[in-house]
Ligand binder design. Structure first.
Ligand SMILES: Cc1ncc(COP(=O)(O)O)c(C=O)c1O
Length: 441
């Protein structure tokens, strides 16, 4: 357990250049940096690990995994990769490039970076109201279908390489996408010949939200709902580090055989042979089990409820959050919480540093450090939001850990007006938030 004193934390934070990615995990008390790969595997998954077949080609574990993905998604072609971003890189290397557009409810940061690295232009069309964080609409992860139609008419369907629906929408509050929105997107894409893929890292949480929030789905199981979601798309990319309940893994699943052939060629170049794709046989076993376990509705009920509990606690202390709370995380609206710190001084990054200094809690900034851009004229474009994401690892923390986080926010809320911002002293062009160096103003 990462117990440290306040003095030690100040020294650690300075040494880490005010970037919490640079802090050793052993110096963190409660780690809400990400829900990605940080969950606890079940006894069943660990026993699956013992059964791993490590044959180079045609391992039994691959076929166990392939069946689990086919049963879940209905897609025939199943391509394992080491994690979500490998799936993105593969997709955009054969289906992207200059002159092409990738459109989405919101691209996750690595999805955006992989698309842009291939020369593909990225367009996010979140539903109207998605950026209105105070309004607790049930499906703020939806895409704006009118804007999608307009884009297709203006640019022509041929210029749109892919439409990606991120379920749930991680970059905008972990908000779910409704089935009715997926149906509309599916019909628009199918009539225009645009491939529709799900970025399905959190498909089970999304399916459960549909069950409890959307009319007509109460009596369906999460598995049935997930299957319906997949049936509306042409394929998916998954970071299995989330809703497959594993520490490492991912896959692409498709129906289009031509695409699958292209994907497998690139897979062999960078990941490995198509029946292991950058993973060990044992990882494939654990993924196959996780994909089934995650659809246990008792688990999903606990998961969604415990995240909501954190959000409700913060609201009680007057901490503004993206409402309603997301599935895997609560997002604090740092722009509203610290209105005296302008976006150029990174209010969300300032808040995560304060959380660490106060109690050794680690969170992540989703704001100008992550999404701010240099303009062609040399100016600077801040992100449209300044959020602090408190991501809850799966099957790890108890209510008392969460109560402690709420208590710490209560303390910070009392002295928030005295906090001041940060400035960047060094940052790379792409994915700056991982390695940027900052210092207090
Ligand atoms: C929605 C979404 N897509 C893709 C990824 C990338 O996956 P990975 O970290 O496994 O490369 C993430 C990771 O957080 C994600 O949240």
């Amino acid at each position: 357990m990462g117990f440290t004193t306040g003095k030690e934390r100040l020294r650690i934070l300075r040494k880490a250049n005010y970037n919490l990615f640079n802090i050793r995990a052993e110096h963190v008390l409660i780690d809400l940096l990400t829900d990605s790969g940080t969950g606890a595997m079940s006894a069943e998954q660990w026993s699956g690990i013992m059964r791993g077949d490590e044959s180079y080609a045609g391992a039994k574990s691959y076929y166990t995994f392939e069946k689990a993905v086919r049963d879940l998604t209905g897609y025939r072609e199943v391509i394992p990769v080491h994690q979500g971003r490998a799936a993105e890189r593969i997709l955009f290397s054969f289906n992207g490039g200059p002159g092409k557009i990738s459109v989405s409810n919101s691209h996750f940061d690595t999805t955006r970076a992989n698309a842009e690295a291939s020369g593909t232009r990225v367009v996010d069309l979140p539903a109207k109201g998605a950026l209105d964080f105070d309004v607790p609409e049930p499906f703020k992860g939806d895409i704006d279908t009118n804007a999608l139609k307009k884009l297709i008419t203006e640019k022509g369907p041929k210029s749109i390489a892919v439409c990606i629906m991120t379920v749930t929408n991680n970059s905008l509050g972990g908000q779910p996408v409704s089935m009715s929105n997926l149906k509309k997107v599916s019909s628009i894409c199918r009539s225009s010949g645009i491939p529709l893929l799900l970025d399905c890292a959190r498909f089970a949480e999304n399916a459960y939200f549909i069950k409890i929030r959307e009319k007509g789905y109460r009596s369906k199981t999460a598995a049935q709902i997930a299957k319906e979601m997949f049936s509306l798309a042409d394929g998916c990319m998954m970071s299995a580090k989330k809703d497959a309940l594993v520490n490492m893994g991912g896959f692409i699943a498709l129906n289009n055989r031509k695409w699958a052939l292209k994907a497998r060629q690139i897979l062999i170049l960078g990941e490995g042979f198509p029946t292991y794709g950058g993973l060990a046989g044992r990882d494939l076993e654990a993924m196959a089990i996780g994909l089934r376990e995650v659809l246990d509705e008792k688990y999903l009920q606990y998961r969604i409820r415990s995240t909501a509990y954190l959000g409700e606690g913060l609201l009680r202390h007057g901490v503004p959050i993206v409402r309603p709370p997301g599935g895997h995380a609560v997002y604090v609206n740092a722009r509203k919480f610290l209105p005296h710190i302008p976006p150029g001084q990174f209010p969300a990054q300032t808040l995560i540093c304060e959380l660490y200094l106060e109690a050794g809690i680690r969170a992540v900034e989703i704001g100008t450090l992550m999404f701010g851009r240099k303009k062609p004229d040399g100016g600077f474009l801040p992100a449209p939001m300044e959020l602090v994401r408190l991501a809850v690892p799966r099957r790890v923390y108890t209510q008392s850990h969460i109560d402690f986080v709420i208590e710490v926010f209560g303390k910070i809320a009392k002295r928030k007006n005295k906090m001041s911002g940060l400035k960047v002293v060094e940052a790379p062009e792409m994915l700056a938030h991982f390695t940027a160096k900052l210092k207090p103003l």
